[in-house]
Design a protein. Structure first.
Length: 554
């Protein structure tokens, strides 16, 4: 099968959540000066693009995902001129820049929303302002983050819609003027040299006409009326044809409740394609039900089924976005690996997903195996989602230490602790007081220590990314899974232009007997990656804890 080759399929992307990446001015908050100082580190790691979580001015109700000005840089992070320097210096190193585009909602402090309080202003129709019905709210929709989805303004005697936090006000994308604003935002950043966008909850931007009541469910009420809404393809196609097609750029959408079949309607390579890649959440449900907060024991078969389904459904005319961690989920080693076998499981997990077919995304700190934070009190939390869930779980009697224990396992704040650069004060993140406490294990887990250790997770990531870059089979090869019913082994093969790659990953600290699949003679294969010193090649072996092996066959 002929696969279309293009630059965005061959790159490895590094996500920076700027507030916690690196502080360059000593105020305790990560910034663009810190990013500039670490560009050579990212180049050495093997990164081809940086995805910035929002850098825009924001009151930080949702730490940047509530934008107050789409065409500027938050003073917390620097200036527009400094951002231009980051783009220039990154490009000099062959690193592209991807901006987070958040157009489902703005901050309630955005100029548009402030002006929308005037009923006679054209900005009033930029948002969903509605009268109540029979003394009640306009409909029964629930917010994903914060109570009901409607907030009352007594001066207007109207409600505004917020699918997320109260300070994240939903834009009315049905208004052509709003869509023109979005196009202007895109052109602004693309003209500055940005290479693409990660589009936040992009499948939420079209709401069903009339905003009808949702099904009477206790959680998620109304989702069916704005998830993959009636005009979402139309609007994304408009953005593509009017703006994106005129630049050498790419887009990756974020889409809750996405399936492979539905994803193909967005990303299949055809004249109707509206996005290049799609982030989904199905493999993230391997240890939970729908949300990280409804925790279940890790189920490898569930994870494998999700990965394999997307691999099979996308191959040939659509492209996968591969990830294990981002700013919205706890750390992967604590979810799918082992603290006891920290180094081994960190390497195995990297191998497992990066060698699949797709563009790999690496979240800051993942490459050194950062772990969850040891939360011990409620005053350590800062996230609107955590505080909302504290109220939700209190209704079923989960409070106090029980809730803190749950949040310590499930909160996305685990991914937002400062990056651990060395073993000096504050892990080298800042010379000031960090905005969020540094994980106490930074003395053992930090970049400097792993740079000095040839056997570290960090150096393994470098080797793995270099192997992928130098071997097209690891990029464009097809995918076949073996032993799908195994609850301990994840085994798959890639094949391309007469070569085959066999990837073996153990998710167990106990020994597991492995037999090479039929047709694979490992005694004549090249062992190209492993997280243990493997002294021989054999078609049958007993795995070590969280072992991974990658074989290349001619």
């Amino acid at each position: 099968m002929e696969i279309k080759k293009t630059w965005y399929k061959e790159m490895a992307v590094y996500q920076i959540w700027p507030r916690s990446f690196c502080d360059g001015n000593g105020d305790g908050i990560g910034d663009l000066e810190g990013v500039l100082a670490k560009l050579d580190y990212l180049k050495d790691l093997g990164i081809d693009a940086i995805w910035f979580s929002p850098l825009y001015p924001s009151p930080n109700a949702d730490y940047g995902y509530d934008i107050a000005d789409y065409k500027d840089i938050s003073k917390d992070y620097g200036t527009l001129e400094l951002f231009k320097k980051v783009v220039e210096e990154a490009h000099c190193r062959g690193i592209r820049i991807i901006m987070d585009l958040v157009i489902n909602h703005t901050s309630d402090e955005h100029e548009w929303f402030v002006k929308s309080h005037d009923k006679d202003s054209p900005y009033h129709d930029y948002y969903f302002w509605r009268k109540g019905k029979n003394g009640k709210k306009p409909n029964n929709w629930k917010s994903v983050f914060e109570g009901d989805a409607w907030e009352y303004d007594p001066q207007l005697d109207e409600y505004y819609l917020h699918v997320f936090a109260k300070k994240q006000v939903d834009l009315n994308m049905d208004n052509p003027a709003v869509r023109e604003e979005v196009k202007s935002i895109m052109r602004f950043w693309l003209d500055l040299g940005v290479d693409g966008f990660r589009e936040d909850v992009i499948t939420y931007i079209s709401k069903r006409e009339g905003l009808p009541n949702g099904a009477p469910l206790p959680v998620g009420t109304g989702l069916e009326h704005y998830t993959n809404g009636p005009h979402v393809h139309e609007y994304l196609s408009e953005f593509r044809h009017d703006v994106l097609d005129h630049y050498d750029c790419f887009t990756v959408g974020e889409a809750p409740m996405m399936t492979p079949k539905l994803a193909r309607t967005f990303i299949a390579e055809s004249d109707d394609q509206v996005l290049n890649l799609m982030f989904h959440f199905q493999h993230q449900e391997a240890d939970c039900l729908m949300t990280d907060w409804i925790h279940t024991p890790f189920n490898l078969r569930k994870m494998k089924k999700a990965f394999s389904t997307w691999q099979k459904e996308m191959y040939g005319d659509a492209w996968n976005a591969l990830y294990l961690e981002n700013h919205d989920h706890p750390r992967a080693i604590d979810r799918f690996g082992s603290r006891k076998y920290h180094k081994q499981s960190g390497k195995m997990l990297a191998t497992m997903y990066i060698l699949q077919c797709g563009t790999p995304f690496i979240y800051q700190g993942q490459e050194i195996g950062m772990t969850n934070f040891p939360f011990s009190s409620m005053d350590q939390f800062k996230d609107v989602v955590t505080f909302n869930n504290a109220k939700v779980f209190a209704k079923i009697g989960i409070t106090g230490d029980r809730f803190i224990k749950l949040a310590g396992k499930c909160s996305r704040e685990n991914a937002r602790t400062p990056v651990q650069w060395d073993d000096s004060a504050n892990a080298g993140f800042t010379t000031g007081t960090p905005w969020f406490p540094v994980n106490e294990n930074y003395h053992e887990i930090n970049v400097a220590a792993e740079q000095a250790d040839p056997d570290s997770i960090l150096n393994y990531y470098k080797k793995l990314l270099r192997f992928r870059k130098e071997n097209e089979i690891a990029i464009y090869g097809d995918y076949t899974e073996y032993y799908p019913e195994s609850s301990k082994l994840y085994v798959y093969a890639r094949s391309y232009e007469g070569k085959r790659l066999l990837v073996v990953c153990s998710f167990s600290e106990k020994p597991v007997r492995f037999t090479a699949p039929e047709g694979f003679d490992l005694t004549n294969a090249e062992l190209v990656m492993s997280n243990y010193d493997v002294p021989y090649r054999s078609n049958v072996f007993i795995t070590k804890p969280y072992e991974t092996r990658v074989y290349l066959l001619g």
